[in-house]
Design a protein around this ligand. Structure first.
Ligand SMILES: Nc1ncnc2c1ncn2[C@@H]1O[C@H](COP(=O)(O)OP(=O)(O)OP(=O)(O)O)[C@@H](O)[C@H]1O
Length: 283
């Protein structure tokens, strides 16, 4: 469990990036922070592994304030995936994945063997292990980034727009893969994106943020879609409608209910008004 208690961050130039943020992220679930550029998503994420220190308030992991924990040790037990995969360019894929375990004292041969298994896990062929990052596609690099973040078997995985730089088809593949991995691994994932569709696909819990890290609404994707808290949320979740591919689906067994389902066929809401046209686009 990760708790933010009254957390604020003012940068030295006076920018108030986050103001009095209170929120609890449950263990073994995916929580997605979503909001427009500059609303404080990355700052919140980085306060978890102390890459940014709060100006006031506390961040606790399983009840322990991170402020009292050794930064290096803390970061080695929290996986971190960035948009630019952050791979070391002069190291082969296998060694990129094995880096943190080796730093943690795992013998090299064991760390490399484990790295190959992690490549399997993230859906990469082992033949890619001997390549350098520049010899991989963007999507493959991001998978290596995920494998590397998982290498020290962290309970927590921080993901900052990890799929932001790849094309939409690869991005959708990576999202499906992350959901599959999460079902298998059950990590506490904190995922940052400005893409509300991505948030709805990945999240157990979505936190829609306004400027200053103010929570506009938090809830499951279905809760938010069914009852946006205000006009800000309504327009935020509607803004990308053209890309979301929501569909209507009529369920015979459910008294003719018309469900709104996402691209993976997951129900995200029930249509109460309007014409019932099975298979028609929701927009
Ligand atoms: N080191 C810094 N010094 C001064 N201001 C900063 C610093 N880092 C971030 N900020 C400011 O704090 C605010 C929040 O930034 P943050 O990076 O957390 O936003 P974000 O929601 O992640 O944005 P994006 O989606 O563009 O990455 C912004 O106004 C940003 O300009």
């Amino acid at each position: 469990m990760i708790e933010f208690r009254g957390v604020s961050k003012r940068f030295p130039d006076g920018t108030l990036a986050v103001e009095e943020f209170d929120f609890t992220l449950p263990s073994r679930k995916t929580t997605v922070f979503v909001g427009s550029s500059g609303c404080g998503k990355t700052t919140l994420l980085r306060m978890i592994n102390r890459m940014v220190e709060p100006s006031s308030g506390q961040v606790l992991i399983d009840g322990e304030d991170v402020a009292g924990q050794d930064k290096v040790k803390l970061r080695r037990r929290i996986g971190y995936v960035l948009q630019a995969s952050g791979l070391l360019p002069h190291r082969k894929v296998v060694d990129n994945v094995a880096t943190v375990p080796v730093l943690n004292g795992v013998p090299k041969a064991k760390a490399r063997a484990d790295a190959l298994e992690l490549l399997d896990k993230v859906g990469l062929d082992r033949s890619l292990a001997q390549r350098y990052p520049r010899q991989l596609s963007g999507g493959q690099q991001q998978r290596v980034g995920v494998a590397r973040a998982l290498a020290s078997d962290p309970n927590i995985l921080l993901m900052d727009e990890p799929f932001g730089a790849v094309d939409p088809i690869v991005r959708a593949d990576l999202q499906v893969e992350l959901n599959r991995l999460q079902r298998e691994l059950g990590k506490t994932i904190v995922f940052v994106t400005h893409d509300i569709d991505e948030a709805f696909v990945l999240a157990d819990q979505v936190v829609i943020l306004r400027k200053g890290g103010a929570i506009a609404q938090a809830g499951t994707p279905a809760e938010i879609l069914a009852a946006p808290a205000d006009d800000f949320v309504a327009s935020f979740i509607g803004a990308d409608k053209g890309k979301r591919h929501l569909q209507l689906q009529q369920r015979e067994g459910d008294g003719g209910l018309t469900l709104v389902v996402d691209g993976d066929g997951r129900p995200v809401g029930v249509l109460e008004d309007g014409e019932r046209r099975p298979g028609a686009a929701a927009s």
